[in-house]
Design a protein around this ligand. Structure first.
Ligand SMILES: Nc1ncnc2c1ncn2[C@@H]1O[C@H](COP(=O)(O)OP(=O)(O)OP(=O)(O)O)[C@@H](O)[C@H]1O
Ligand SMILES: Cc1ncc(CO)c(N)n1
Length: 533
């Protein structure tokens, strides 16, 4: 992937942003510099444009040696630079050319000489797809800047039809609770993908980043829809976490690597319980806490929405606090509560949950065993039936009767673990293993904010808060308390390990939907946008 753009020594925009974005999107990054820009998060100070012949030399140095799969252009800066790039493109036509028609920076500085604007508009006709912001789109179409997404899409539709070039319409510059990227082809709007608007000033370089990642995904063979969905989702995460970088005191950059770091952490092979946790026997509930690292005084144990039933479950709750807190803080749960979770991620989660419930039900049924007290047997057997009923209901309503997706590795390992614990281990171990599915769900439900009825996941969030569900959680906690109390010290230790592992599986189960490489199926078709012709 070759980026032809200006520089930003503060690393947020231009070639620096492009390189970070190309790498994040899975490409090999190359850069040819059009202009050296003295800028930071507050704005542009000075621009030095080397002679266009030197730009041409950089481009030739690349194409004489390297097969270029895709090109992204950003700030071209001057008329001679546009001409040099045009001549090089004539001699080396790439199969994908994404043009970000950079004219004015977010901070309001001119990044293109006024006399070069007409040439830039003309240059855009070479592209596979252009990614103008609202003012740049207006300049392309020679119309006043759009004030609504609908107007912007209309402008893009007219221009795309005339030019035969696709446009990604970005609405970062508009207001409203969502930011939508719409792919408009020569035949009209094809699809759009929306994310929630992040309240942040860390938007320096978002345009560069979007164009570079989009070009990379297209070059990797993604369809336009898949490339735009991937790019929008990745960029949303980068924007949402930009402020934590604490780079600069103006409009800070986005965190291009947030997704990579999250996936890297998720792929760590470290055991979930450390060696210290190999407690062979538990005589007392206090000893159970030795199974996890000593309590960090700053990290309070989250209060339990459904209280423990006695000393054993109190100790389990405290010992599991790291996973419980991580679930409350994880990207999936946060986005679910905020309503910003991509629809595809939610649907993947639901489909996996349906598969999960089928096997979970079998694990519960296995707890209806001779070695369990009579009251507990009835409860587990009833829960097994209810889990099946919920699965059937989910298939019917939320999944619309669609065939469930095949089981993910995370769903499989969680349910294999539950089945092994419930079928092959003593009763207390199986009971402790299934408890987090009750207890941590009630916890997640109680942490959910009251949401308006138009919240996309309102119906789902309401099911967590269902009083009948909380009642069954209370019962499950009670049965595990009894089972732990009645078990031998060595079975208790095994049961506590099972509980802690299941807590961690719960975290993985939520987060897996944000680890899909291909976020899809196809995004919402924009038949809803009526475009005036
Ligand atoms: N506040 C935000 N919340 C979520 N996503 C955002 C936000 N701001 C920008 N984005 C993402 O970045 C993309 C590009 O933003 P924008 O429309 O502001 O482009 P731009 O003006 O070209 O950017 P630049 O700041 O680099 O000039 C948007 O389409 C969207 O995907
Ligand atoms: C080099 C460069 N390209 C693009 C932008 C727009 O953000 C910028 N600030 N700097």
């Amino acid at each position: 992937m070759l980026s032809i753009a200006g520089t930003d020594p503060s690393g947020g925009a231009g070639t620096a942003a492009d390189m970070k974005s190309i790498i994040a999107a899975g490409g090999y990054a190359m850069t040819a510099v059009t202009a050296i820009v003295a800028q930071n998060t507050h704005g542009v100070r000075e621009i030095h444009s080397p002679p266009a012949s030197f730009l041409a030399a950089q481009l030739r140095a690349v194409s004489d040696d390297v097969e270029v799969d895709a090109v992204k252009t950003g700030m071209l800066g001057t008329l001679p630079a546009i001409e040099a790039v045009s001549a090089w493109l004539d001699a080396n036509p790439p199969s994908i050319l994404v043009v970000d028609p950079v004219m004015v920076s977010t901070s309001g500085h001119r990044l293109l000489a006024p006399e070069a604007e007409a040439a830039m508009v003309e240059f855009c006709r070479r592209a596979t797809v252009v990614t103008p912001n609202i003012p740049e789109l207006a300049r392309l179409c020679d119309r006043p800047p759009a004030t609504t997404r609908r107007q912007a899409v209309e402008q893009a539709t007219v221009w795309a039809r005339q030019s035969g070039v696709a446009v990604v319409v970005k609405t970062g510059h508009l207001t409203g609770s969502s930011v939508t990227n719409t792919w408009v082809g020569p035949d009209g709007p094809l699809f759009s993908t929306a994310g929630s608007r992040v309240e942040t000033t860390n938007t320096h370089g978002t345009g560069c980043s979007l164009a570079a990642a989009l070009a990379t995904r297209l070059a990797r063979g993604d369809s336009p829809a898949a490339a735009l969905v991937w790019t929008t989702t990745w960029l949303h995460e980068a924007v949402a976490h930009g402020h934590r970088l604490a780079v600069g005191s103006g409009n800070g950059p986005v965190d291009h690597s947030r997704r990579s770091r999250r996936l890297q952490a998720a792929g760590a092979a470290d055991p979930w319980l450390d060696a210290e946790s190999a407690v062979p026997a538990l005589e007392s509930a206090e000893e159970l806490l030795r199974m996890v690292p000593a309590e960090d005084p700053a990290a309070a144990t989250p209060g339990a929405a459904v209280p423990p039933a006695g000393p054993w479950t109190r100790a389990l709750w405290r010992a599991g606090r790291a996973s419980t807190a991580a679930i409350a803080d994880c990207d999936f749960v946060r986005a679910l509560h905020a309503g910003s979770l991509p629809r595809e991620a939610f649907e993947f989660y639901l489909a996996q949950d349906a598969r999960y419930l089928g096997r979970y039900s079998r694990a519960l049924a296995a707890l209806d065993t001779d070695s369990a007290p009579a009251g507990a047997r009835t409860f587990w057997a009833g829960s097994a039936r209810r889990a099946l009923a919920v699965e059937a209901e989910m298939h019917r309503t939320l999944l619309g009767g669609r065939v469930a997706a095949s089981m993910s590795p995370v769903t499989r390992s969680y349910t294999d673990f539950l089945l092994a614990a419930s079928f092959a281990e003593p009763y207390a171990v199986g009971a402790a293993a299934v408890l987090p599915c009750f207890w941590l769900y009630a916890q997640t439900g109680s942490g959910a904010p009251e949401v308006a009825t138009d919240h996309p996941y309102a119906e789902w969030l309401a099911t967590y808060r269902d009083p009948a569900f909380r009642g069954s959680v209370r019962e499950a906690v009670g049965h595990v308390e009894d089972a732990m109390a009645a078990a031998t010290p060595s079975v208790r230790a095994e049961a506590a390990r099972a509980y802690l592992l299941a807590c961690r599986h719960e975290l993985e189960f939520f987060e897996q939907a944000l680890r899909l490489e291909q976020v899809g199926p196809a995004p919402e078709l924009t038949t809803a946008i009526a475009v005036a012709s």
